[in-house]
Design a protein around this ligand. Structure first.
Ligand SMILES: Nc1ncnc2c1ncn2[C@@H]1O[C@H](COP(=O)(O)OP(=O)(O)OP(=O)(O)O)[C@@H](O)[C@H]1O
Length: 262
C-alpha cells in the first residue's frame, strides 16, 4: 500500500531520516515506534506531503507522492496536536473541512444526509453538545476528539494516527480503539505512532522501529514477542534494543549501526 525507498531528510545540519526503506502492508495496522526525536513524525509527514524529503521515493496505493496531490484524498490524518482556527466553532470547523473536500449542502453533522461521511465518532463522542463552542475554548481531550472525527470523516483508504490516545479519557480512548479495529475490518490501512505500548500491542499487526532516523527493525508483533520470549511489547522492545544495543557497542558502532536481521 505504501512503499518508501531510500528516504532522506535533513533539517539544517540534523539528519532526521537516513535512507529509510519501508513497505506498509495494506489492510493492516502498522505502528511506527521509536524514542522521542527518532523521526516518526517526519516520516509520516513525508508521506502526507507536509514535509519535503531531500531524496527518495514514496508511493501510496501506486501513486508517487511527489507527482500527484490527488492521492491525499485517500488519506486521513490525525495529527499529534490538533490545530484549527481558534475562533471557529466545532460545527464550523467540520463544515469548513467538508467544503474544502467538496461536500456541500447539509450543514448537519450527525444527520449527514449523503451517507458518504463517517460521523460515527462524532456521535459516540457526543460532540453535538460541544458543537457551538469556539475551538479555543475546548479542552485538550475534546480537541483530540475533533481531530479523530476529521481523520475518519471521508472514509479514507489510508489512515495516519499520530499518538491518537493522547489526552483522551479511558472511555473515549476505548471508543477510538474500537473504531480503529472496525476500520481494519473494512480494509483500511492504518499507520499509528504511540508511546503507549499496551495500546500498540492491542492494536498493531506490524512494528516499524526507528532509531536516530534509521529503521532499526521491522517485524510483526507476534514475531517480536516470539523472538524475544517476552509477554508484553514493552518488554520485547526493551529486550531487542538492549540486545542490539549491546552488540552495537561491543562492535564500536553507534551512528552507522546496521541492525541485525529481524
Ligand atoms: N521543522 C523542523 N525543523 C527542525 N528540526 C526538526 C523539525 N521537525 C523535526 N525536527 C527534528 O527532527 C528530529 C525528528 O523529529 P520527529 O518529530 O520526526 O521525531 P518523533 O520520532 O516524531 O519524536 P516524538 O516521539 O517526540 O514525537 C528531531 O530531532 C526534531 O527536533
Amino acid at each position: 500500500m505504501i512503499t518508501i525507498t531510500e528516504l532522506d531528510k535533513h533539517y539544517g545540519a540534523l539528519h532526521a531520516l537516513k535512507s529509510v526503506e519501508v513497505d506498509i502492508a495494506p489492510g493492516k495496522i502498522t505502528a511506527v515506534l521509536g524514542p522521542n526525536g527518532a523521526g516518526k513524525t517526519t516520516l509520516i509527514k513525508s508521506v502526507l506531503g507536509l514535509v519535503k524529503p531531500d531524496s527518495g521515493t514514496i508511493t501510496v496505493d501506486g501513486t508517487a507522492v511527489n507527482g500527484d496531490s490527488d492521492y491525499r484524498r485517500k488519506i486521513g490524518y490525525m495529527p499529534q496536536i490538533a490545530r484549527y482556527p481558534e475562533n471557529l466553532t466545532l460545527q464550523e470547523i467540520v463544515d469548513m473541512i467538508k467544503d474544502i473536500r467538496g461536500y456541500s449542502g447539509d450543514s448537519g453533522t450527525s444527520k449527514d444526509s449523503s451517507g458518504d461521511l463517517d460521523m460515527e465518532l462524532w456521535d459516540r463522542f457526543d460532540l453535538d453538545t460541544e458543537k457551538d463552542k469556539p475551538f479555543r475554548t475546548l479542552s485538550g481531550g475534546n480537541r483530540q476528539k475533533v481531530s479523530a472525527v476529521l481523520a475518519f470523516l471521508f472514509r479514507p483508504k489510508v489512515l495516519f494516527l499520530d499518538e491518537p490516545s493522547t489526552g483522551l479519557d479511558p472511555v473515549s480512548s476505548s471508543i477510538l480503539k474500537d473504531k480503529i479495529l472496525a476500520e481494519i475490518k473494512r480494509g483500511t490501512t492504518i499507520i499509528l505512532t504511540s508511546h503507549i505500548m499496551s495500546e500498540v500491542q492491542e492494536l498493531a499487526d506490524q512494528v516499524v522501529y526507528l532509531l536516530e532516523g534509521r529503521i532499526y527493525f521491522e517485524l510483526s508483533v507476534s514475531d517480536l514477542l516470539a523472538d524475544t520470549g517476552q509477554q508484553t511489547l514493552e518488554r520485547a522492545i526493551a529486550w531487542k534494543i538492549g540486545q542490539n544495543g549491546a552488540v552495537a557497542s561491543r562492535n564500536g558502532m553507534t551512528e552507522g549501526y546496521e541492525p541485525a536481521d529481524g
